[in-house]
Structures are given as C-alpha cells and as structure tokens.
Design a protein around this ligand. Structure first.
Ligand SMILES: Nc1nc2c(ncn2[C@@H]2O[C@H](COP(=O)(O)OP(=O)(O)OP(=O)(O)O)[C@@H](O)[C@H]2O)c(=O)[nH]1
Ligand SMILES: [Mg+2]
Ligand SMILES: [Zn+2]
Length: 300
C-alpha cells in the first residue's frame, strides 16, 4: 500500500486528527509506540482495510519544535513546524511576564517569530494604566498587539500577522486564546463549530491542541493553557540566545564565554546599568539560566 502525506491537526493522546493533502479530514492511529506525532507534524499515512481510521507510519523531519521539559526531565514536544508563536497575556488573570519571556525565548531558539498579544484590553478602557512590559517588548522589536476578543479590537491586525503562516497560540489558562481564535475565524463557518468544549462551570478550557485553517491562508493552533512554561534548553548558553537584546549586547563582552553574571567587562551588565537592557528581562534571563542548570542536574 502506497502511503501519502498528511498534516496532524489534532492530538487526543494516542489518536490523531489529520488533514490529508486532498484536504479531507480523517482520524488516525499510530503505528507502534515509538512515534509521537504532534500538531503541525507532516506524517506518512496509510488507509487501514475495513476501517475509517488511517495509520500513521512515519513522521517527516521537523523544521522546528516547540518543546518543554516534562516532570521526568525529558523533552516533550508540544507542536512542530511553526512559523510563529502568538504569546497571549491578558489584563486578567494577572500576567506572569516571566512565563511570557520564556515563550519568547523558545520562539527565538526555534527560529520562529513571536507576536505578543495583550488581551481583554477593553477592561482598561477609561483607566489611565500603562503596561511597561509591553513597551519593553516593543523596544526589542517585537510586534505587540493590544486586543479584545470581546470588542474585536486588534483582531484584524492579528489576522494579518497570521496570514499565510502556521502559528501556535500559547499562554496561561484563561487569557482568551480560544476566544481570540474564535474571533479570527468569526466570518467563516468555523464559528458555529466552537473549538472548545464547555465544562461544568461554564468555562471553556482547551484540553487538546487543535489546528484551525484561516481564510486568508495559514493555520493557527489552539493549545491548552499552562500554569508554567520553560523551554527545554540544551545548556545555559542557549538562554542568552533566547533573549535577543542580551544576545546582541553579549557580542561586546570582554570574554567570549562570559555568563553575564559577575564577569568583568560584561556588556550585558553594563546595558542593565545604563538601562538600555531592562532589569526585569535580565532577571528573567537569569531565571532561565537557573532553570536550565537545575534541569541538567535533574532538580527541576
Ligand atoms: N473581558 C474579556 N473577557 C474575555 C476576552 N477574551 C476572552 N475572555 C473571557 O476569558 C475567559 C477565558 O477565555 P478562553 O478563550 O477560554 O481562554 P483560554 O486562554 O483559551 O483558556 P484555556 O483554554 O484554559 O487555556 C472566558 O470567560 C472568555 O469569555 C476579552 O477580550 N475580554
Ligand atoms: Mg482555550
Ligand atoms: Zn557578559
């Protein structure tokens, strides 16, 4: 039986939703225990005789992976082949900017673009509140959008950022990832097929990653919210590469192996002192170094 190529568009533990290249959507099982396909994967599939399920026999080489270390310190892949990460924070629940930084770090290291979305902005209407962290992100050249899934503010801008690209929407639970995606696809039939199931409390909590096609080309992956996130880094040197302004300043450190902590002639520390580098981002960088060192010693 000759195989064909498909894209993984939904993951339910060991069952997968696939889009075949003729755009039919089918369900699939996985051959063997070794393969662990994720949303965004391109896979080789075969039909199974007398069954509606297809069989995934192989995962094509990934262009990149969004990873995290799991509880046992192993690398878990969350999604693959991504052009960009949309990192969502909101007026409520209270943002943990360190988590945002760690997603941005992951995006840098996997060579994906990052877009910061600050949602539920209408809750600040009439209040004179500035969010300094958003300015920090703009200062390092990131696209920052202030959005409201409620009033649809910023939705058109977000849609044009996503056009023609494969993007994943990530962030803490309850920030409005699924609501934003619902607004992005609001003009299509997708809106009726609500992408997350209602729980007993009347909340929609996403439990599986699902890839949704956009009308103007491209796809967006809705992902379950997290309590915490850290990228799975090879070593703490990678941490600097994940903070673009630190990586840039580091080129001018006196020592090539500078760790940017207490070394003399450290251009990163100098940048923090003259405030060209945000102190908060520098602290965030040091936390990533710490997490990475603990992970490599199995202590996280
Ligand atoms: N006021 C306001 N509420 C919003 C907005 N966007 C989403 N919400 C509400 O925030 C809650 C959480 O929204 P979801 O879209 O389910 O959040 P999520 O990020 O997908 O959450 P998880 O799937 O658990 O990760 C819901 O009650 C939404 O109605 C917004 O722009 N403004
Ligand atoms: Mg959701
Ligand atoms: Zn340095």
């Amino acid at each position: 039986m000759s195989s064909q190529t498909a894209t993984v568009i939904a993951t339910y533990s060991r069952r997968m939703g696939l889009r075949l290249d003729d755009s039919n959507e089918v369900d699939a099982r996985i051959k063997g225990k070794r393969l662990k396909p994720v949303c965004g994967d391109r896979v080789q599939v075969e039909p199974i005789d007398n069954e509606s399920d297809w069989l995934i026999t192989e995962i094509d080489t990934r262009r990149n992976e969004l990873t995290r270390p799991n509880m046992r310190g192993q690398v878990e892949v969350l999604a693959a082949n991504l052009d960009a990460l949309v990192v969502v924070a909101a007026v409520a629940p209270m943002p943990d900017w360190f988590i945002i930084d760690r997603y941005l770090c992951a995006a840098e290291l996997m060579d994906a673009d990052a877009i910061v979305v600050f949602n539920k902005i209408e809750l600040l209407d009439g209040l004179d509140i500035e969010i300094p962290e958003l300015q920090e992100y703009r200062d390092i050249g990131l696209v920052v959008l202030e959005c409201s899934a409620e009033t649809r503010r910023g939705i058109d801008e977000l849609r044009s950022e996503l056009a023609g690209r494969c993007t994943i929407v990530v962030g803490q639970s309850g920030v409005g990832k699924s609501s934003l995606i619902n607004e992005l696809v609001a003009d299509s039939n997708q809106r009726t097929a609500r992408i997350s199931a209602k729980t007993g409390e009347g909340r929609h909590t996403t439990v599986n990653s699902v890839m949704i096609p956009l009308q103007n080309g491209g796809t967006v992956i809705d992902s379950p919210g997290v309590r915490d996130y850290a990228p799975a880094l090879e070593n703490s040197v990678d941490a600097a590469a994940g903070f673009r302004e630190i990586a840039f300043a580091a080129q001018s450190c006196r020592f090539a192996n500078c760790r940017h902590l207490r070394e003399p002639g450290c251009a990163v520390k100098a940048g923090v002192d003259d405030e060209s580098i945000s102190y908060r981002r520098y602290e965030s960088f040091k936390r990533v170094v710490n997490i990475t060192e603990k992970l490599s010693e199995g202590r996280y």
